[in-house]
Ligand binder design. Sequence first.
Ligand code: ZN
Ligand code: ZN
Length: 144
Amino acid sequence: MQNTHEKLEFFVKKCKEIGLKITPQRLAIYEVLLKSYNHPTVEEIYEEVKKMYPYVSLATVYRTLETLEKIGLVKRVCFWGNSARYDANTSEHHHLICKKCGRIEDIDLDQKLSIPENLQGFKTDSYSVNIYGLCPKCQSNQQV
Ligand SMILES: [Zn+2]
Ligand SMILES: [Zn+2]
């Protein structure tokens, strides 16, 4: 699954499997998420979708995101003390987070962390690293 089109087709297939009605709004919600790399909040996705479908409700956006999460097409990015942020990049990757403006960027760490298969009784299967700091923009704002 590489491009947006394939991902949308996969979503349609999954919806059929679980008996979910496919609406243009639902597709638009996923499409907005696929096209944004800034890990938007539910509200931000809602604002984007509303530009195309003015009558979409926030509840629909919430429910669609829940469904997308359930079928494994989106991930919720945990973010301290703020609303949940969503990510359509479900491959294993890490995040660079600005503590000031909340910008979240995907990063690839070239160094693999060696996580033991067993940790305190946990069977581990994946990990995700959040690195916090100040983005270039917030750094230059601070100097002024
Ligand atoms: Zn920032
Ligand atoms: Zn991400």
